[in-house]
Design a binder for this molecule. Structure first.
Ligand SMILES: *Cc1c(COP(=O)(O)O)cnc(C)c1O
Length: 382
């Protein structure tokens, strides 16, 4: 058996052909293909606007800036996420406070977030950044209600969840990152995620004002919008200090092809998840799936008492499981600056047991059967 990673990209000949034909076109960096990718992505997710960016970290940075986050402001997020979710607020000089996760869904707990907010005076926090961890949708309708009560903004970090959805109280399917409840959604096109562009990200929103601001910040804060008749064709204004966070046409050509395969990819990921669940049911704890949700399954996480033991055992059989994530508040950087937090015992307990098993569309049934066999062998004491 070949070695089995926890995740991997899948590039077809038609992905390659699309990139080659872009290389032969007039545009290499941001050109017409970026706009096509944005349009197709926003249509897929069901958001009004999409802004392609160089990676999701850049997208998170721009999202915080566009929502007005400043030095000394404070945001709340989950400790069980990739560091970029929190770092982006630090780029703006803001403080990052952590609320705990729910121990069955592994998502930021609404109750813990509310408790943290209510332990401080009104106006203490500016925004919340929930994460659709492993691909499981956060109930953004519930977070919106909480955010509105305290006048906070909401960024949905949907990097794990293109194609996932939850069902709101009206019975409507809400795609992750569609921004019907959140102000902004964020996606990543790192090869380990669903859609591979090499590097890449997408910001989604339904607000025209945010869309304009995000587009401008992506390109140095420059706009040609105020061009009037007697200005020359070279005229532009730099209205604020922006960045070069552009995606290229080359990457977008790949992104368009990858996006077209995402629906099938989510179906296959769910097939794999269901096989795992069937094999582990009653024996090994896995992420709970609340009613009305479709988990996009970037990851499949289980919890075991001897996590290090299982990790090492799988490696001896060339199965390269991974751990998602070391809680952010325990990383030296965040430990040292030590902002406040809720009681994070669920996050810490989760981390002591979690391990992510192989989950990607090209994982074969035989490979998966082998993974299941080895996990159960270990859990049952060999
Ligand atoms: C991957 C990831 C990011 C960062 O994405 P990049 O495109 O690598 O910058 C942010 N948040 C989460 C939850 C992620 O998994």
């Amino acid at each position: 058996m070949n070695s089995i990673p926890y995740g991997r990209q899948h590039i077809d000949q038609d992905d390659i052909d699309a990139v080659v034909s872009t290389l032969q076109s007039d545009f290499l960096t941001q050109g017409p293909v970026v706009k096509q990718f944005e349009d197709q992505f926003s249509a897929y997710i069901g958001a009004k606007y999409a802004v392609a960016v160089s990676n999701a970290t850049a997208g998170l940075h721009l999202a915080n800036l566009a929502l007005g986050l400043k030095k000394g402001d404070r945001i709340i997020t989950t400790p069980i996420t990739f560091a970029a979710t929190a770092n982006c607020a630090r780029y703006c000089g803001a403080e990052v406070w952590f609320a705990d996760i729910d121990s069955d869904t592994y998502l930021l707990s609404l109750e813990s977030t509310r408790n943290l907010i209510e332990s401080k005076p009104k106006g203490f926090f500016k925004g919340i950044i929930p994460v659709d961890f492993a691909g499981l949708p956060v109930n953004m309708e519930a977070f919106r209600a909480l955010a509105d009560e305290y006048n906070l903004w909401l960024i949905e970090d949907a990097c794990h969840a293109p194609g996932g959805h939850f069902t709101d109280s009206k019975g409507t399917k809400q795609m992750c990152g569609n921004s019907n409840y959140a102000d902004i959604g964020i996606f990543s096109f790192h090869p380990v995620k669903h859609i591979a562009c090499g590097e890449g990200g997408m910001i989604t929103t339904n607000s025209e004002a945010l869309y304009k601001k995000l587009s401008m910040l992506r390109t140095h804060g420059i706009t040609k919008e105020n061009m009037v008749e007697n200005h020359g064709g070279w005229f532009y204004e730099m209205q604020e200090l922006g960045f070069n966070y552009r995606l290229t046409d080359i990457q977008s050509a790949l992104g368009i092809k990858q996006l077209a395969k995402n629906k099938a990819s989510v179906v296959r990921r769910n097939e794999i998840a269901n096989n795992y669940k069937q094999a582990f049911n009653g024996k090994v704890k896995f992420q709970n799936l609340p009613d009305g949700n479709l988990n996009a399954h970037h990851l499949f996480v289980i919890e075991v008492e001897d996590r290090k033991g299982l990790y090492d055992y799988l490696r001896t059989h060339s199965i390269f499981a991974q751990i998602h994530y070391i809680p952010l508040h325990t990383l030296p950087y965040y430990k040292e600056i030590g902002y406040g937090s809720a009681d994070l015992s669920h996050s810490e307990n989760y981390y002591s047991k979690c391990i992510s098993l192989p989950m990607y569309p090209t994982l074969t049934d035989d490979e998966q059967a082998f993974v299941i066999e080895k996990v159960l062998e270990f859990v049952n004491g060999k």
